[in-house]
Design a binder for this molecule. Structure first.
Ligand code: ADP
Ligand code: MG
Length: 741
C-alpha cells in the first residue's frame, strides 16, 4: 500500500496499527482498584481520600500536583535569604513542644544546624503524626519560606521536611510534587501512595491515541507522561512544570480533550445521520414582508446568523444550532425569521420559554407581526382557563395554529404538533447539559405520546437553542461541541452602555441618593441581594430584611416590591408583572430576575455583595437595565475586606461591556464551573485541563478528533477499537453515548 494515498488510510498513518498488549478492558478494571489496596492506606485514610474525590488508583494518578518544589538547590543556612523559598539540610539540635495558654494549644519549635549557622523551625499547629516523629539528632531536609525570627536567627514556619540519611548523597536534590490532600495526611504519605500507584498501575493508563496523531502532536505515551508529572527528573524545568506546560502535561491534557471531542463529534455525526426537513431555500416572501414591518434594519450580525440558520434549514439533516448573544443583541428577531421559514413551508414552529412571563413577553412582541403576516399564533400558559387551553391544543393538533409560544413545562405535558418543523428553546443556559439533551429530544415532539419515540422515517424538526450567556469559544467547543454555534457579536445601534460604578458599603447613602433621583424622574430600580433570608452562617444582607428596611427607610414613600426564588412561580410572575406595569417602582430581588425580563423604564441596577457574584452573572444582571432611551446605572456594592483580586475582578465591570470579553475574563479568573454555575459544569469539569490556559491545545485536539471521525465516522474500523473502549470508559455515561457504536 502506498503511503497516505489510499482513502482507507488515515493521513499520516505509515505503519500498520498495532494494538497494545494489554486489552483496554483489563486496564480499566485495574485502574478502578480502590485506594485502600495501596500499602499504608487503611479504611480511615481511604475515606479521607474519597472525600476529596479520590476513590480509585486512576483517580490518584490523575490527581496531579498543583505545584512543584524545587529542591535541587540546597542552601547553606548562613546564606538563608529572607522572603525566599529555600531548602536546607542539617541536624536537629533542639526540639521543644510547649503549651501556650494564650493560644490554648501546643506549639513546636526546633533548631537546625548545618555548621554554617542556626535555623529556627516553628509549628503553630502540630499535626498528630508529627508529635512523635521528630527528635534531637535527626538529619532533616527542610523546605519553606525563610522569615526573620525573634533575634538574629532566621526561621521557617511550618516547614516541609524529610528525614534523610546522614550523608548528603544528592538523593534529596529533586523537584518534588505538592498535592492537594486531606487534612492531617502528610505530603510524604501522598507521594508514597502515588509512587505505588505509578509502579503498579501507570502501564494501564492506556491512551490509545492513534500513532499518526500522537506523532503529529508530539505526544508522550500516557504511562510515561504520568511518571514525569508525578516524579519529574531532576533535569526537568520546574518553571514549565509549574505552568502545567511540560511535554508530559501537554500530553495528558491533549488526551483528555481528544476523547471529549471525539465523543461530542460522534454524537453530532450520529444525529446528523438522521433524516430532517429540507425547507425550500431561495425566495422568502414572509421574511421580505417582515423586513418591511420592522422599525429598524437588521444588524450585520443578525443578517449573517439568519443566513447561517437558513442554510441549516435548507439541508435535509436536522439543524442543531445554538444562538448565543448578549442580552439585547436581538436574538428574538433572528429566531422569528427562522420560524417564518418553517411557516411559509407549511410547517409549525414551537417556541419554548423557561417562565410564563417570558413566554407572554415574546408572544406580545411577536403576535402583532404574526397577525399582519397572516400567521396563526397562540400562547400556551398554565394560568389559562382549562377550556381555552384544550381549545388551543386542539387547534394546534389539527394544524390550524402554526406558531406556538409556551413554557417548557407546558409543552412537555404533551402538545401534539403534527407538522412541527422548528423548535426554539429560549434561555437554554439555565439548563444543565442533561436537561438540554432532554429538551432537544422533547423539541422533536410528535404525534406519539412519548416524544422521543419518533419513528425513523419521520423527519426530525430543526432545533434552535438560544442563550444570553455568551461564553468563550473554548468553552463553547466543550459544552456545545456536538452542535453548530452562531454568535450575535454586535449590538443594535444607539445603545448607551450602562454606566457602572463600584461602591464601598460605607458609601451607601450616595447610592441611595442616585437611585432616588432616578425614581423621581419616573424611572424604576432593581436592588439585588445574594440571599433570600438572613443566614446564620453568612453575614450577608438578604432580600427579605432589606425589603423591610428599604421600604421604611431609603425608599420610604416609593412603591417597593420583593421577589425571590422561594416564592412560587405564580407569585413571582405577578410581582414581575406589577413592576413591568409600573405599579412597583423598586424591586428588591435575588438573582431570579437574571433571566430575560424586559422593563425599558428601569434605569438603576443595584447589586449588593457584588464580590460574591461572578462577572458573567453581574453582566446578566446589568443587562436588565439600559433597555430604553434613558441613560442607566449599575451600582455594585462590595463589602468588608474585599481582596485585591476580587476588586480587580469587579473593576472589569466598570470598563468592559462586551459579554464575550467578560466571559473570557471570568473563565480565566474562576474556571468553567463557576462561570456556568454548578448545574452546567458537568462536562466542562476536567480533571486537569484548564480551558483558559489550554485553549489552543483544545483546538488542536478537536481538529484531530474530527479528522479521525472523517476517516472512521462511526468508529467501526479495527483501528478504532481501542479508541472506542477508552471513549466509553471516560465519557460514555456523561455524553449518553450508550447508543453509539
Ligand atoms: P435578546 O433576546 O437578544 O436579549 P431582543 O431580541 O429582546 O434581545 O432585542 C432587544 C431589543 O432590541 C428589542 O426591543 C428589539 O426590538 C430591539 N432590536 C432587535 N434588533 C434590532 C436592530 N437590528 N436594530 C434596533 N433594535 C433592534
Ligand atoms: Mg431574549
Amino acid at each position: 500500500m502506498k503511503e497516505g494515498r489510499s482513502a482507507n488510510q488515515f493521513p499520516g498513518a505509515s505503519s500498520i496499527y498495532r494494538p497494545s498488549e494489554i486489552s483496554p478492558k483489563d486496564s480499566f478494571r485495574a485502574l478502578l482498584t480502590p485506594l485502600r489496596f495501596l500499602k499504608g492506606v487503611g479504611p480511615m485514610r481511604a475515606a479521607q481520600l474519597e472525600a476529596l474525590g479520590l476513590k480509585s488508583v486512576e483517580d490518584l494518578l490523575y490527581h496531579l500536583p498543583f505545584r512543584y518544589d524545587d529542591r535541587r538547590e540546597i542552601r547553606k543556612i548562613h546564606q538563608a535569604a529572607v522572603g525566599k523559598i529555600e531548602s536546607f539540610l542539617g541536624k536537629l539540635v533542639a526540639i521543644d513542644k510547649r503549651f501556650v495558654p494564650k493560644r490554648r494549644r501546643h506549639i513546636l519549635t526546633g533548631t537546625l544546624t548545618d555548621g554554617t549557622g542556626y535555623l529556627g523551625l516553628v509549628w503553630y499547629r502540630v499535626p498528630p503524626y508529627m508529635a512523635d516523629g521528630l527528635s534531637r539528632g535527626q538529619q532533616l531536609l527542610v523546605h519553606g519560606k525563610v522569615e526573620r525570627g525573634m533575634g538574629v536567627q532566621k526561621r521557617i514556619v511550618h516547614p516541609e521536611f524529610e528525614h534523610v540519611d546522614l550523608v548528603d548523597d544528592g538523593q534529596q536534590r529533586k523537584i518534588l510534587p505538592v498535592y492537594l490532600r486531606p487534612n492531617g495526611i502528610p505530603l510524604r504519605a501522598m507521594r508514597g501512595w502515588v509512587r505505588q500507584a505509578l509502579d503498579a498501575y501507570a502501564v494501564h493508563v492506556s491512551s490509545c491515541i492513534p500513532a499518526p496523531i500522537a506523532a503529529r502532536q508530539d505526544l508522550q505515551d500516557l504511562p510515561r507522561a504520568m511518571r514525569e508529572v508525578h516524579e519529574p527528573e531532576s533535569s526537568a524545568d520546574p518553571a514549565s512544570l509549574n505552568r502545567f506546560a511540560s511535554d508530559a502535561h501537554r500530553s495528558i491534557v491533549f488526551d483528555e480533550f481528544f476523547y471529549l471531542q471525539l465523543g461530542l463529534g460522534l454524537r453530532k455525526k450520529s444525529r446528523s445521520a438522521e433524516h430532517g426537513i429540507a425547507f425550500r431555500a431561495g425566495a422568502h416572501p414572509l421574511a421580505e414582508k417582515m423586513r418591511g414591518l420592522l422599525p429598524f434594519s437588521l444588524t450585520r450580525a443578525q443578517t449573517r446568523v439568519i443566513e447561517e440558520i437558513q442554510g441549516d434549514m435548507a439541508s435535509d439533516r436536522p439543524m442543531q444550532r445554538l444562538l448565543q448573544g448578549d442580552v439585547g443583541s436581538g436574538k428574538t428577531m433572528v429566531a422569528w425569521f427562522a420560524a417564518l421559514r418553517a411557516l411559509e413551508n407549511g410547517f409549525q414552529a414551537v417556541w419554548m420559554s423557561p417562565t410564563e412571563l417570558l413566554a407572554e413577553q415574546h408572544f406580545r412582541n411577536l403576535s402583532g407581526f404574526a397577525e399582519t403576516l397572516g400567521v396563526r399564533a397562540a400562547l400556551l400558559t398554565g394560568s389559562m382557563p382549562a377550556k381555552a387551553r384544550m381549545e388551543t391544543l386542539e387547534r394546534i393538533r389539527n394544524g390550524e395554529i402554526g406558531f406556538v409560544v409556551g413554557t417548557h413545562a407546558l409543552i412537555q405535558e404533551g402538545v401534539e404538533a403534527p407538522r412541527l418543523g422548528l423548535g426554539v428553546i429560549d434561555e437554554q443556559h439555565r439548563f444543565g447539559v442533561g436537561q438540554r439533551m432532554a429538551l432537544q429530544r422533547l423539541a422533536g415532539l410528535r404525534k406519539s405520546a412519548a416524544p422521543c419515540m419518533v419513528s425513523p422515517v419521520e423527519p426530525q424538526p430543526d432545533i434552535l437553542l438560544m442563550s444570553a450567556t455568551p461564553i468563550p469559544r473554548s468553552l463553547a467547543m466543550v459544552l456545545y461541541g456536538d452542535m453548530e454555534v452562531s454568535s450575535l457579536d454586535e449590538m443594535p445601534p444607539g445603545r448607551t452602555p450602562v454606566e457602572t460604578k463600584l461602591f464601598k458599603e460605607a458609601e451607601r447613602s450616595k447610592l441611595y441618593d442616585l437611585t432616588r433621583a432616578e425614581l423621581q424622574k419616573g424611572h424604576q430600580a432593581y436592588a439585588v441581594y445574594p440571599l433570600v433570608e438572613a443566614s446564620e452562617k453568612l453575614e450577608l444582607r438578604d432580600a427579605t430584611r432589606m425589603f423591610q428596611e428599604l421600604s421604611q427607610g431609603a425608599f420610604n414613600g416609593f412603591r417597593v416590591g420583593l421577589i425571590h426564588g422561594r416564592m412560587n412561580t405564580m407569585e413571582r410572575d405577578e410581582t414581575m408583572r406589577r413592576f413591568k406595569q409600573g405599579d412597583l417602582q423598586v424591586l428588591v430581588a435575588t438573582t431570579v430576575i437574571e433571566v430575560g425580563i424586559d422593563v425599558p423604564n428601569a434605569t438603576v441596577m443595584v447589586v449588593e455583595h457584588a464580590e460574591r457574584f461572578g462577572l458573567s452573572q453581574l453582566h446578566q444582571l446589568r443587562g436588565r437595565v439600559g433597555r430604553g432611551e434613558a441613560a442607566s446605572h449599575c451600582l455594585l456594592v462590595h463589602y468588608g475586606k474585599t481582596s485585591a483580586d476580587a476588586l480587580a475582578r469587579l473593576r472589569v465591570m466598570e470598563k468592559e461591556h462586551d459579554g464575550f470579553k467578560i466571559a473570557e475574563a471570568d473563565l480565566e479568573l474562576r474556571g468553567p464551573g463557576e462561570l456556568l454555575g454548578t448545574r452546567q459544569s458537568g462536562i466542562a469539569d476536567f480533571r486537569l485541563a484548564n480551558l483558559a490556559r489550554d485553549a489552543r491545545l483544545l483546538l488542536e485536539a478537536r481538529k484531530e478528533a474530527l479528522s479521525w471521525l472523517e476517516f472512521d465516522p462511526a468508529l467501526r474500523r479495527p483501528e478504532s477499537r481501542a479508541l472506542k473502549e477508552v471513549l466509553k470508559h471516560r465519557w460514555g455515561g456523561r455524553l449518553e453515548l450508550g447508543g453509539v457504536g
